[in-house]
Design a protein around this ligand. Structure first.
Ligand SMILES: NC(=O)c1ccc[n+]([C@@H]2O[C@H](COP(=O)([O-])OP(=O)(O)OC[C@H]3O[C@@H](n4cnc5c(N)ncnc54)[C@H](O)[C@@H]3O)[C@@H](O)[C@H]2O)c1
Length: 319
């Protein structure tokens, strides 16, 4: 007889973090997982097909190609009892959200609302939500704590704040435990190709120029995927309070020029750098205070940038 501790719905399961989470949970056992993704074309869908190849036919996995904007489709296809929803599906990317704000709102706000309604109707009592460091935006007072002022500068960031507030409302009204995890620039194997580490690696390897926005004077709190996964797993099992917002970062902010130097060192090639002004949707600096994550989730990031970049590059070369 098959025995599963928990049946989890993971949305965005073909994406970078989602597919990594599915593999991580399968390795750790005890979970039956229903995966949802619509294979959105924000980046090459062949990357997403590769992401799921290792697990799509696994006995404990059911993979559904569903769009979270369509509540009827969700209700029609999801008929089991579920313990938890880990909601990672989203239109990602701060800059693109300036060009397509309505699309971001429909996916990230209306889509999240559909899943919360689903949780209410099907009595799913725990909801883990992928929020983002971008919600702190241009707040200059770093490191950011969960109580820091939110100063978003992209429609994307604003949709993540809306998701958190919808979660708060549903938690209060319907006793759904809602944990918003505010991810800080996640990197590692399978990283989205639009994010700096992956994009720069591709360009440097092919001897093409890279553009450093903010004239190279921006800072990011890069967080390795395995650390993020341990934080998500802890949130899945968290059972104390009913609503929390929690930073998942590395508590170490790195200048863009230092990032490029690290990439050059690992790749073994010099970058051809060109400079441009800060994009209006970008934060000048991200930096997480992770005191709360340590306390509530026993979160303790292990991977420093140099090691993480080496592991990413190893994956990049083999893929
Ligand atoms: N990667 C980061 O550094 C980072 C930082 C902060 C927050 N986040 C959040 O974490 C989550 C995962 O990010 P990621 O980097 O893995 O992105 P990703 O784009 O690789 O994954 C998101 C997945 O959601 C799917 N999706 C999009 N629209 C959908 C829809 N309408 N219906 C069903 N599925 C849909 C996409 O096809 C994709 O596979 C997102 O919510 C993102 O906003 C990521």
């Amino acid at each position: 007889m098959n025995y599963f501790n928990k049946h989890i719905i993971i949305t965005g399961a073909a994406g970078f973090i989602g597919s990594s989470l599915v593999e991580f949970l399968l390795k750790n056992g005890g979970y039956k997982i229903t995966c949802i993704d619509n294979f959105d074309d924000y980046y090459d869908i062949s990357a997403k097909q590769k992401n799921i190849a290792a697990f799509e036919n696994h006995a404990n996995i059911r993979f559904l190609k569903i769009d979270i904007r369509n509540a009827d489709e969700l209700n029609k296809n999801l008929c089991d009892d579920y313990d938890i929803i880990v909601h990672l599906a989203a239109k990602a990317g701060v800059r693109q959200s300036i060009l397509q704000p309505n699309l971001y709102e429909q996916t990230n706000v209306a889509g999240t609302l559909n899943l919360l309604e689903f949780a209410k109707q099907k009595n799913v009592k725990q909801f883990v939500f992928a929020s983002s460091s971008s919600i702190y935006g241009v707040n200059p007072d770093v490191p950011w704590r969960e109580t820091s002022a939110l100063m978003p500068v992209s429609p994307y960031a604003a949709t993540k704040i809306a998701g958190e507030y919808l979660g708060y409302t549903y938690s209060k009204l319907y006793d759904i435990r809602f944990i918003a995890l505010r991810f800080f620039t996640v990197y590692g194997a399978k990283q989205r190709p639009d994010l700096a580490i992956h994009k720069f690696t591709e360009l440097i390897t092919k001897n093409n120029p890279i553009t450093l926005y903010g004239n190279g004077d921006t800072f990011r709190d890069y967080t390795y995927i395995d650390d993020i996964l341990s934080g998500i797993a802890a949130a899945i099992n968290y059972d104390k309070t009913m609503f929390e917002t929690i930073n998942l970062g590395n508590n170490h902010t790195v200048g863009l020029l230092d990032l490029v130097a690290t990439l050059e060192n690992v790749i073994g090639k010099k970058a051809i750098a060109q400079f441009d002004k800060l994009h209006p949707a970008d934060s000048p600096r991200t930096f997480a205070d992770i005191t709360k994550a340590k306390k509530l989730l026993n979160y303790n990031p292990q991977t420093q940038l140099n090691d993480g970049i080496r592991k990413f590059y190893e994956w990049y070369v083999n893929n």
